[in-house]
Design a binder for this molecule. Structure first.
Ligand code: OMP
Length: 262
């Protein structure tokens, strides 16, 4: 089964387009989990156990793991392995380099970590993405218009009267299809979600920025117009409580977000 199909199935089974971001942070987890890798792995295990029936995907941002060196890689690998087979994994690695080098990154993410999908920075163009597209059954999320204020610095620069982020969608639609090509668009940019939706009606959008970053659920849902999407929430779910009830509170938040996206 390819990732596109797996994602559709997971969304239907759990009636959810929520992705929980496992952005595990030793400074934010409850006291008993403050060790690497064992404590953080136990924390991830509890979060996955309490939210797995309410999500379609889990996103693992590599920064939160790589900072611990070898132990972090161990934690990352073991966290991937904890995720149930019917839920999609997103390797949020934001890789970007020349094609020859990207071949190594693709092997790491799809062969070693066995992720279903990946986030990629498309700045280096088509040949840099080909090693990832050569994995036909996987899904590649291209950074298109990010949620942070600095997204305006480059992504909104116009060429021929069209902002860069629109060129990314227009050009890359010729490089992949709805099954393997997807886009990252920040929840803080609902007007642009609306515009990009009409450019790419059948491709998945990964929409982060709801919750802690202040993206409006209502505006995102309206702008997305029921298009294929995965809405990511990290901190607002996994750190819903620092107390003993952290897993129950994470579950409550996951259910609340899942319902609000419908
Ligand atoms: P919270 O703000 O805690 O929900 O986390 C958001 C997650 O999405 C983090 O892992 C970010 O690195 C990631 N993200 C953004 O916040 N904005 C973007 O434009 C793109 C991403 C991403 O690619 O996932």
């Amino acid at each position: 089964m390819d990732t596109f199909e797996k994602l559709k199935k997971a969304q239907a089974k759990n009636s959810s387009i929520l992705c929980v971001g496992l952005d595990v942070d030793i400074n934010k987890v409850p006291q008993q989990f403050k060790s690497v890798p064992d404590g953080l792995l136990e924390f991830n295990k509890s979060i996955i156990h309490s939210t797995k029936d309410f999500v379609c995907a889990y996103k693992l941002n590599f920064a939160f793991y790589e900072q611990y060196g070898v132990d972090g890689y161990d934690l990352l690998k073991k966290t991937f392995e904890l995720i149930p087979d019917n839920i999609v994994t997103i390797a949020d690695a934001k890789r970007c380099d020349i094609g020859n080098t990207m071949t190594g990154y693709a092997k790491s993410i799809f062969d070693y970590f066995n992720a279903d999908s990946v986030t990629i920075n498309p700045y280096l163009g088509k040949d840099s993405l080909d090693p990832f597209f050569s994995y036909k059954k996987k899904m590649v999320f291209l950074l298109t218009l990010t949620s942070n204020p600095g997204s305006a610095n480059f992504q909104r620069i116009e060429s021929n009267g069209v902002p860069l982020y629109k060129h990314i969608v227009k050009q890359s639609l010729g490089w992949g299809d709805k099954n393997n090509l997807a886009f990252v668009v920040g929840a803080t940019q609902p007007e642009e979600i609306d515009q990009l939706r009409s450019m790419a009606p059948n491709n998945f959008f990964l929409i982060p920025g709801v919750g802690t970053q202040g993206g409006s659920v209502e505006a995102v849902v309206k702008a997305n117009a029921n298009g294929p999407a995965v809405i990511n929430v990290s901190r607002a779910v996994i750190y819903a409580s620092k107390e003993k009830d952290f897993a129950d509170k994470a579950r409550e938040k996951a259910i609340k977000y899942k319902l609000s996206f419908m």
